[in-house]
Design a binder for this molecule. Structure first.
Ligand code: NAG
Length: 245
């Protein structure tokens, strides 16, 4: 049997002090328009149960990393242990532990039981990279969203989208995000792969989505036209930003 410490794989995370500087730095670099044409799309991150099969024309076919909330692992309707969506890629799972995280308590009582399917999957596919995000990373992101607005945001964790964007800013020199900031194609549709309408999916109810999106838009170096036509924002990776200024 695994102990709590052995099950958790901690991903590197940034400090909020550094982020504050980064936001400023990004705003400076936007003025000078230094655009770095790196090998674009070395990695593609997808979210929760979003498929590419059947939607390739719009979303491409490559998947490198899938970031999932704990419901994807815990709810049998997602077929986590058998679905090809979760095979042959890097997986990152998260669960909204309480703000004042006690890892042992969380392990005993996560919001949705992600640890049991995690352990089973690790045993079945020991070679597959599969991480659980440290909850303090999630709440640090929440603190950053809160510290960038005068409003009191809801005390719920940021969305998988926001978590994934910041995670990729850790790994990549440049991050492109599509339709997180809605383009002129904006609709009430929640997900491109489901016929389910609810404007809260775009602007938030449980997650502080509106505030996450304003922050991402503020950091973006993409043109207004890119946002309007493609819903595309461009973000520099943290390695491209000098935090020490
Ligand atoms: C899960 O598996 C069942 C049984 O094979 C199938 O009917 C269902 O469509 C699958 N659901 C998903 C989301 O893959």
């Amino acid at each position: 049997m695994f102990t709590c410490e052995r099950v958790l794989v901690f991903i590197l995370f940034i400090t909020s002090a550094c982020w504050t500087e980064q936001v400023r730095e990004i705003e400076c670099s936007r003025a000078t328009q230094t655009v770095c044409h790196c090998n674009s799309h070395d990695a593609v991150v997808r979210f929760n149960a979003a498929p590419s099969k059947g939607y390739e024309k719009d979303v491409g076919s490559k998947t490198t990393i899938r970031i999932m909330n704990s419901q994807i692992l815990a709810n049998p309707k997602h077929n986590f242990s058998t679905s090809s969506l979760y095979k042959d890629i890097t997986l990152v799972a998260w669960d909204p532990a309480p703000y004042n995280i006690d890892l042992h308590k969380w392990y005993q009582q996560p919001d949705y039981d992600l640890f049991t399917p995690y352990i089973t999957h690790r045993k079945n596919f020991p070679e597959q990279p599969f991480y659980i995000l440290h909850p303090s990373f999630i709440w640090k992101l929440w603190d950053i969203v809160q510290s960038n607005t005068k409003d009191n945001i809801q005390p719920n964790p940021p969305s998988s989208g926001f978590i994934g964007i910041v995670m990729m800013m850790n790994f990549c020199e440049e991050v492109h995000v599509y339709e997180y900031i809605p383009s002129m194609r904006q609709s009430k549709l929640c997900h491109y792969h489901e016929k389910y309408n609810d404007a809260a999916c775009t602007f938030g109810a449980y997650h502080p989505l509106l505030y996450e999106k304003l922050l991402i838009k503020r950091m973006s170096t993409a043109s207004e036209e890119d946002i309007k036509k493609k819903g595309k924002v461009t973000l520099p990776g943290f390695s491209k930003i000098n935090c020490l200024l």
